[in-house]
Design a binder for this molecule. Structure first.
Ligand SMILES: Cc1ncc(COP(=O)(O)O)c(C=O)c1O
Length: 382
């Protein structure tokens, strides 16, 4: 008899919706990945490193040139001088980093606070570590922290708080003020902070990303995770990094070395080379995605969906109550795929207890203009 460690988990909604899009021929605005090519120089570098023989194990912590480039970026963006030997680890994807961070710090019986809606890999990772998730909903409108509820959620068993800004699925951003309040709340508590910042460079309208890396007090108890996949349009390369103080990094690496040991070698070389030769990519990225957001929102403006243009990430939430208020969001995305030919993601799957009457779906606008145009035409016809 198989005793399932994750009895409540099935196929993720992202895989399901992508499959449904393939079956129905719907335009796939569900799963978060670009349908356009990554930068040509990055592809060329990857191909060259494959051909030139960078095909064996990388160092467990990641190749030094890439850690150096990440340290440089963090110094320039967040004014934090990291030691790339003791504070940075390259990992095969942010998902692996999240899993390893949780296995490193969460012991059986520990509680981990998640702010719902939350990314789908957090809760199963906590469960596999023997921990218990305590879900605190973000409040509407704006998906902001309910400080009273968060304060009340802490117990003597709380070991970790997971935050995610820019936030998937809402696109909401924490402010520097939020981080200061968080620092006050965590002061004196034996609680680690996992800060998922994979969309750190996807922030619009001149706003700044408030990174835990720029916050001295919070950083001392934090693991900050990012993903090259989102930043360089290469989600399939599954490469990310973790920045954390030396003691935390050393503990994390003990787990990481037995989960994957290291990230993919030629990919690390290609990223290091591209970061060094194309620093402007990071400067241009917000404008690049903001133009796509504006394009999609302008077209969707003629539809019956209600929305506020997202401040961050490549996701746009849209309220569909004026179209099919009778359907919950899971039924709505099935209906949208079949009737409109557009695949989206329901928001309720990011909650343990979805708020009643939630009528929001998530569209990914990391797509070519022609894809967005075609999808918007279909959505406007509803
Ligand atoms: C909030 C969040 N964290 C982590 C990840 C995983 O990133 P990676 O593909 O690098 O594992 C994603 C990917 O969608 C995400 O949205």
């Amino acid at each position: 008899m198989l005793s399932d460690k994750l009895p409540d988990q099935g196929l993720t909604i992202f895989s399901h919706m992508t499959q449904l899009a393939q079956q129905t021929g719907a335009i796939n605005l569900s799963q978060g990945f670009p349908d356009f090519a990554p930068p040509a120089a990055l592809l060329e570098a990857a191909a060259r490193h494959l051909r030139d023989g960078n095909n064996q194990y990388a160092p467990m912590a990641g190749i030094e040139p890439l850690r150096q480039q990440v340290a440089l970026k963090i110094a320039q963006r967040y004014q934090r001088t990291l030691d790339h030997d003791t504070e940075l680890t390259i990992v095969p994807g942010a998902t692996e980093a999240i899993f390893c961070a949780i296995q490193t710090l969460v012991h059986p019986g520990d509680e981990v606070i998640l702010l719902d809606p939350s990314y789908d890999s957090y809760a199963p990772s906590v469960q596999l570590a023997g921990g218990r998730c305590v879900h605190v909903p973000l409040q509407q409108p704006g998906f902001t922290i309910d400080w009273q509820r968060l304060t009340d959620a802490f117990t003597v068993r709380t070991r970790m708080l997971i935050i995610n800004s820019p936030h998937n699925p809402s696109g909401a951003l924490f402010t520097r003020d939020d981080l200061d309040q968080l620092a006050t709340l965590l002061r004196g508590k034996n609680v680690w902070l996992l800060s998922d910042e994979v969309y750190e460079h996807l922030v619009y309208d001149g706003r700044q990303h408030a990174s835990v890396l720029a916050h001295d007090e919070l950083y001392q108890r934090a693991l900050v995770i990012s993903s090259f996949g989102k930043t360089y349009h290469v989600t399939g390369w599954k490469t990310g990094y973790v920045a954390a103080p030396p003691t935390l990094t050393a503990a994390l690496r003990k787990v990481h070395q037995y989960v994957s040991f290291c990230g993919v070698t030629p990919i690390q070389h290609a990223l290091a080379e591209f970061m060094a030769s194309h620093p402007q990519h990071l400067e241009e990225l917000p404008g690049f995605y903001q133009a796509r957001r504006d394009f999609f929102c302008r077209l969707l403006g003629s539809s019956k969906f209600h929305f506020t243009p997202t401040p961050g990430t490549y996701f746009q939430l849209a309220d569909y109550s004026a179209i099919r208020a009778d359907l919950d969001d899971v039924a709505m995305v099935e209906w949208l795929a079949h009737e409109a030919g557009v695949a989206a993601i329901p928001i309720s799957v990011f909650y343990r207890d979805p708020p009643p009457g939630l009528r929001l779906v998530r569209f990914c606008f990391a797509k070519q203009e022609s894809t967005l145009q075609q999808a918007a035409e279909r959505l406007c016809a509803l």
